[in-house]
Design a protein around this ligand. Structure first.
Ligand SMILES: Nc1ncnc2c1ncn2[C@@H]1O[C@H](COP(=O)(O)OP(=O)(O)O)[C@@H](O)[C@H]1O
Ligand SMILES: [Mg+2]
Length: 666
């Protein structure tokens, strides 16, 4: 029938599962034989350690907390911890909340959905009128023989068919259009939520998992609110209408015709379960395959440089083979069930012809009645067969919505716009001990302060904890309360918007968007002095030499800039926002000495409080004070000359860098 292909598309594209559900599915629905190889393929795993997917199954039920979401929201940005208390109790309440979320999304387009439902009701009415008209025609034939005038009936049937076609088209347009809008809203919401999470969240969720939620899960929900909605309404209307019509023809015959129905429903249920399990498995494997592609593209240079092509191709082929196997298993279940259900539906027709034929012979019903009855029965066959598919679309849509909600509901509030603190603030670390989740401390009892307008350099070898210090200060990771303060206020208590406006953070690995230089510096903020910022960052002459100056597009689809230029553009980006406190993370790593001096002069003239992390001691020498970090602990601090005289780690590093500079000059 007409909607088979559209459903197939829905089923294929939708219903993505990330690791969690699919794993659960795999555990329960054992895949025979070669399916197991596919499962191993998944566990063979991308080279990057996969953060453990938030798992509900097998997690001991947590003690119930008082209802309300505040505690969860406050303590973490993590999805797992944020789930509301009752959610731990079972799937039903989670599905209910997903269903509520879908209802809210759908209600925004209630006019379209109402129109769609009305059109569908009209279409059902028109198509149910066709067998009735046929019955009249046949009864007339039986009464009047070949001479019967059937022009009216033929015209009516044509008109009904046309009306059915138009109203059905209308229902499709209205509903599918609404579904597309719901999908767009979902994507927007998810995207907005993803913007708000701190790095901690992205460290726990693989890109693949998040991409799956943003793509296939959203599509699965669209299938639910589009095809699923149409199909559900249509099933209800068809059963209601056709059953009423059949009862009107002959209640006894109706009873006979419904005999195979329970078998059909049971079969549809089994089909639903099997289909679900295999779709989940396929979707999960699809995630693995796209993960491999993504990684290969990202690491193309490495793959080339180390001639890893055969290995990469092998790993891909293996994942792809597992995907093929699961896809075939999915197709097999569809191939096995659908004809079987048609067969059983066919048995119903057989029974009707047999019992009904006797009724006609006995004169209980007319031949026209029997033909019309068969027409209604045939009308019911599709919704019955499709019931399994419809239910599976609904279930997958709900599960996907749940996965989307997990992200959307866990999103912390956005920082928003805020005014910076007035004037250059002081900065203090007090007994700061902190480590990345699951690792030992990266910083141990770090205590030092920076006075307003002071420039302090944090030096130390790679891995000493310099970057970590900056991340905690900018609250890209949350430090323990009371350990980091800006302007005398604890950063964890300071509104995030104020902190972000106050602190200009320039990361070690600067990232440029694939936009113009100007956009990259302003980031859409209005009224900024781009020229002054690039001048202070010592990158203005280079920008002027670019083909289109400030309008030059950089990044993936534009001009490739050097690492040093990228860092200085990032510095310009920070300076343009007029922060009060600058945090520079190894910004001078690839800058020549003359540019470095010019930048340092400009920074000193700015009067900002500056914390500059560097492993290059030449920059440190220009600072007011130096803090030496080793293995996460403050080893020494003081002025350049004093630290040299003390002869510790700083003096050793200094001597080595002097030597390196001499060798480089020679
Ligand atoms: N995202 C992370 N997850 C876990 N450990 C990390 C992460 N980033 C850094 N580390 C560890 O923290 C320590 C300090 O690193 P980092 O602050 O980057 O040092 P530096 O910037 O001085 O080179 C190192 O041992 C490093 O391995
Ligand atoms: Mg670093």
């Amino acid at each position: 029938m007409a909607h088979v292909p559209s459903h197939r598309r829905g089923a294929g594209g939708g219903g993505a599962r990330g690791g969690r559900d699919a794993r659960r599915g795999r555990g329960r629905h054992h895949h025979e034989g070669r399916g197991g190889a596919g499962a191993d393929g998944v566990l063979l795993a991308p080279p990057r350690p996969r953060p453990r997917p938030p798992s509900r199954a097998g997690r001991p039920a947590r003690p119930r907390r008082a209802p309300g979401r505040a505690p969860g929201r406050a303590d973490a940005h993590g999805v797992r911890r944020v789930r509301r208390p009752q959610a731990a109790r079972g799937g039903r309440s989670r599905l209910t909340s997903a269903a509520n979320a879908i209802a809210r999304a759908v209600l925004r387009y209630r006019a379209r959905y109402t129109l769609g439902a009305l059109c569908l009701a009209a279409a059902t009415g028109f198509s149910l009128a066709i067998p009735w008209t046929v019955k009249h025609a046949i009864d007339a034939l039986a009464r009047e023989g070949a001479g019967a005038a059937l022009g009216g009936e033929v015209g009516l049937i044509l008109a009904l068919a046309a009306a059915h076609w138009i109203t059905r088209l209308g229902s499709r347009f209205a509903t599918i259009g609404a579904a597309q809008r719901v999908e767009a809203d979902l994507r927007d919401g998810l995207y907005a939520a993803l913007q708000k999470f701190p790095p901690e969240f992205f460290a726990r969720h693989s890109t693949g998992d998040l991409m799956t939620r943003a793509s296939s899960d959203v599509t699965a929900v669209r299938s639910l609110v589009g095809f699923g909605a149409i199909s559900l309404i249509q099933t209800v209307l068809a059963f209601g209408g056709a059953l009423a019509a059949m009862l009107a023809v002959d209640p006894w015959l109706t009873l006979w015709a419904m005999a195979p129905l329970p078998v059909l429903v049971l079969l549809a249920r089994r089909f639903n379960v099997a289909l679900n399990a295999r779709t989940q498995a396929t979707q999960e494997q699809l995630g693995v395959v796209s993960g491999r592609v993504q990684e290969t593209l990202a690491g193309m240079a490495m793959i080339r440089a180390y001639t890893l092509e055969p290995r990469a191709a092998g790993a891909f082929a293996e994942a792809n083979r597992a995907l093929l196997e699961r896809g075939v298993a999915l197709a097999a279940i569809q191939a096995r069930f659908t004809p079987l259900m048609s067969l059983i539906a066919g048995v119903g027709v057989l029974v009707v012809i047999w019992v009904g034929g006797q009724g006609v012979a006995a004169g209980r019903i007319t031949l026209g009645d029997l033909v019309a009855f068969n027409g209604y029965l045939a009308y019911l066959a599709w919704p019955t067969v499709a019931l399994g598919l419809t239910l599976s679309v609904v279930r997958r849509g709900l599960t996907s919505m749940e996965r989307i909600q997990e992200i959307v509901e866990a999103a912390p509030p956005a920082a928003g716009e805020g005014a910076p603190l007035a004037g250059a603030p002081s900065l203090a670390f007090e007994h700061l001990t902190w480590g990345y989740p699951g690792r030992g401390p990266a910083l141990r009892d770090v205590t030092f302060a920076v006075a307003p307008g002071e420039i302090v350099a944090v030096v130390g070898p790679t891995g000493a904890g310099k970057t970590t210090l900056g991340l905690l200060l900018a609250r890209l990771w949350d430090p323990p309360p009371g350990t980091v303060s800006v302007g005398g206020r604890d950063v964890t208590a300071l509104p995030l918007a104020t902190l972000r406006a106050t602190v200009g953070w320039v990361p070690q690995e600067a990232f440029l968007f694939s936009r113009s230089i100007e956009d990259n510096v302003t980031l859409g903020r209005a009224g900024l002095d781009v020229a002054a910022a690039t001048r202070a960052a010592g990158v203005d002459t280079e920008v002027a030499a670019f083909p289109d100056g400030y309008a030059t597009v950089v990044g993936e689809r534009g001009l490739t800039v050097s690492g040093g230029q990228r860092q200085r553009l990032a510095l310009a980006r920070a300076l343009a926002g007029r922060p009060r406190l600058l945090v520079l993370d190894d910004v001078f790593a690839s800058v020549d000495a003359a540019t470095e001096d010019a930048i340092v002069r400009a920074l000193r003239a700015s009067g900002l409080t500056i914390l500059v992390m560097t492993h290059r001691l030449r920059v440190a020498q220009a600072a007011d004070r130096i803090v030496v970090l080793e293995n996460g602990s403050v080893e020494a601090s003081g002025e350049h000359a004093a630290l040299l005289a003390a002869g510790g780690l700083y003096a050793r590093l200094w001597r080595r860098q002097q030597l390196e500079a001499e060798i480089a000059r020679a």
